[in-house]
Design a protein around this ligand. Structure first.
Ligand SMILES: Cc1cc2nc3c(=O)[nH]c(=O)nc-3n(C[C@H](O)[C@H](O)[C@H](O)COP(=O)(O)OP(=O)(O)OC[C@H]3O[C@@H](n4cnc5c(N)ncnc54)[C@H](O)[C@@H]3O)c2cc1C
Length: 438
């Protein structure tokens, strides 16, 4: 049975979210339109607004819905989360208000999956309570998409692990209470067993922020840079700060990345919808050559293409969410679809925002609408959580698994043998009619 409807009880929750976002959360977006304030837990004014909003979300049982019931979440599942996230994606602050902001979501997931009780009590609980933020420190200056180039290492010395090396683009490191660090523990092992994951508290001696690198749109002069370039100078942490077992770092990292990519795609649906809403309003409001933009064929084509592309992408995202729900923790079942939405989101986001921006003319090219903030973020969606090309490879490999080479010199769809076979199959009828016709 195919069914695209939403359960009425959950629809009520979605309607509540819509109202709450407009009334309470979007004002935060315009007051503090900077990622750095979102993650800065010491920013007193924004926290005074944020905390009561987070409590209200918890009261509504809509907090941290990315976690399943076995991990302490509400257990609505990924399809429901997709419906929520496409709303939250419209707003910069909403994921933090609802306890679903990256990278804390993925970090919470792997702490819940692989953490000891002590690790959960000390690091997971305050993260789930929204009291702290965390960092995922994997990418290195020499590369992020290929784990074979990682050189940061951890060696055992007595009762401690000692970590040394450099990490690049460790988002929000400056605000994090702890960092999850991927480090080589057995350089001679195959890549899947070469690294382990560690929990490094922010005040561990030797942890140095070389500099906070601003991603596009962040202003250095406003101290907004959030991408940490880090050096681990023989950082010593107790033995019990390994997350998962020795050599399991790669598997632990993979466990967090799949969900994160899907969640980004869900939120991009919301961003694209917002851009489309703006495009349609503009088309109805702006007059040129004595007519509304909405009455011009080329403008109608831009609106129609945007709607079609968004609808296609949204359906792919919903199917991916459904597959994750059906996979019952087996990452292989949704792998190809997660890679598809990862590839698709950068393109659909680019195409729709570009049209919306263009339709706003010179106003679109200012920072006086949300479109400029969307536009400068677009390139990062093709890179964060792995470049587009790497995920294209995953899609292609997964697809090609289901095929085999053609048996002969020509493709199996080559028409001459098919025509001959069809003639043979229906020869009795063809012959009878040919005789009658002649
Ligand atoms: C906004 C943002 C936030 C991020 N946050 C974090 C974070 O919190 N923690 C963290 O550890 N990292 C983070 N990253 C880093 C991210 O994971 C890397 O940027 C990504 O994995 C790519 O690595 P790279 O930048 O070294 O590019 P490279 O690996 O050098 O790739 C550069 C280009 O080479 C090509 N290429 C690479 N590999 C292949 C391939 N296999 N096939 C074909 N072409 C290929 C692609 O065109 C690619 O864009 C973040 C990045 C961004 C943009």
């Amino acid at each position: 049975m195919w069914d695209f409807s939403t359960d009425p009880e959950f629809q009520e929750k979605l309607d509540w979210i819509d109202r709450f976002l407009i009334d309470e959360v979007e004002p935060l977006d315009v007051l503090y339109p900077s990622v750095s304030v979102v993650y800065d837990t010491t920013h007193r004014v924004s926290r005074a607004i944020l905390k009561p909003l987070q409590r209200e979300v918890q009261r509504q049982k809509l907090w941290a819905c990315h976690l399943g019931p076995e991990l302490g979440g509400e257990g609505y599942g990924q399809v429901a989360l997709a419906l929520m996230n496409e709303r939250l994606g419209r707003s910069l602050w909403a994921p933090t208000v609802f306890g679903t902001a990256a990278p804390d979501t993925g970090n919470a997931e792997i702490l819940a999956m692989f953490g000891t009780q002590e690790q959960k009590d000390r690091y997971l609980q305050p993260l789930l309570d929204g009291d702290i933020v965390s960092c995922f420190s994997m990418t290195e200056p020499q590369g992020g998409a290929d784990p074979r180039v990682f050189t940061t290492q951890a060696r055992r010395e007595g009762d401690h692990w000692v970590i040394s090396g450099e990490k690049w683009y460790s988002s929000n490191a400056r605000y994090a209470e702890f960092l999850l660090v991927l480090a080589v523990t057995d350089p001679d092992a195959p890549i899947q067993k070469r690294m382990s994951m560690f929990i490094v508290p922010k005040d561990a001696p030797g942890l140095e922020i070389i500099r906070n690198v601003p991603h596009m749109g962040e202003r250095l002069e406003m101290d907004e840079a959030t991408e940490g370039y880090l050096r681990y100078n023989d950082v010593r942490i107790p033995l019990d700060h390994m997350l998962g077992g020795p050599g399991e770092g790669f598997a632990v990292a993979q466990a967090r990345l799949g969900g994160g990519r899907a969640h980004h795609a869900m939120r991009i649906v919301g961003q694209c919808q917002r851009a489309l809403d703006m495009m349609c309003e503009r088309a109805l409001s702006r007059y040129t050559q004595g007519t509304r933009l909405a009455d011009m064929g080329t403008v109608q084509a831009m609106i129609a293409d945007s709607k079609i592309e968004l609808e296609q992408f949204r359906l792919l995202v919903m199917k991916t969410a459904w597959l994750i729900d059906q996979s019952h923790g087996d990452p292989r079942k949704a792998r190809a679809h997660i890679a598809m939405v990862k590839v698709g989101m950068a393109k659909v986001y680019h195409d729709i925002v570009r049209r919306a921006l263009h339709m706003h003319g010179s106003l679109g090219a200012t920072f006086e609408t949300p479109l400029a903030y969307m536009w400068i973020n677009i390139p990062t969606f093709g890179l964060a959580d792995g470049p587009t090309e790497v995920h294209q490879v995953t899609v292609a490999k997964e697809l090609l698994r289901n095929y085999k080479p053609a048996e002969g010199l020509f493709p199996s769809e080559h028409l001459p043998p098919k025509i001959a076979a069809a003639r043979a199959r229906y020869a009795h009828i063809l012959n009878e009619h040919a005789a009658g016709e002649s």
